[in-house]
Design a protein around this ligand. Structure first.
Ligand code: 5GP
Length: 178
């Protein structure tokens, strides 16, 4: 079956499951940053835009939101391995408590690149919050401080994640078989 706009991805994580997990992550993060605030939430575009919006609204500590854009894939679902910085943050990170908010860790190359690049800018602290991880695919060990779900090795879409720019607005996370 072709993967077009009419394709219905199979549900892997329902809207309710995601909501409950985001609330729990926000509680953990709020506890951890209580007194250390403010948190500089750094979303990795474009896949994390819905996750960071939900997370930012559930935190109970002061936070600011910024974005960075990287590219690690050409098209579809094939990894190129190479990571490029496409859009940088607006303000220097020196002295800030940075929390990277990423949609998914697959091979780990993107998060590894990001941590190395941003650590060099001397933030006061740097941690990672990742919604999904595919442990079977990991190539580079990375530190995920706050993890939503581990998932099987399948291409997932919805809740910000795409397949060739489709399905980002789905309220649930589902699988497509390319
Ligand atoms: P990594 O560098 O860890 O291999 O890949 C991280 C990036 O690959 C993610 O930020 C995301 O853009 C993309 N990616 C990896 N797996 C998936 C997936 O199953 N679905 C979608 N939509 N993107 C993915």
């Amino acid at each position: 079956m072709p993967i077009n706009d009419f394709h219905q991805p199979e549900v892997l994580l329902s809207k309710e499951m995601i909501h409950d997990r985001v609330l729990e992550l926000a509680r953990q993060i709020s506890r951890a940053y209580d007194g250390v605030e403010p948190v500089y939430l750094l979303g990795v575009l474009r896949g994390s835009f819905i996750f960071i919006a939900d997370l930012a609204r559930e935190l109970t500590v002061p936070r600011s939101v910024d974005f960075i854009a990287l590219s690690s894939y050409e098209t579809g679902t094939t990894s190129s391995g190479a990571v490029r910085l496409m859009l940088d943050v607006r303000t220097p990170l020196r002295g800030k408590h940075v929390l990277i908010v990423e949609d998914i860790v697959d091979t780990g190359y993107t998060l590894d690149y990001l941590l190395k690049t941003l650590r060099a800018r001397e933030p006061a602290s740097i941690k990672t919050c990742v919604l999904l991880q595919k442990p079977d695919r990991l190539q580079v060990p990375t530190t995920i401080d706050y993890l939503g779900f581990t998932i099987p090795d399948k291409w997932v879409v919805g809740y910000g994640l795409d397949y060739e720019d489709k399905f980002r607005a789905l309220p649930y996370i589902g699988t497509v078989e390319p």
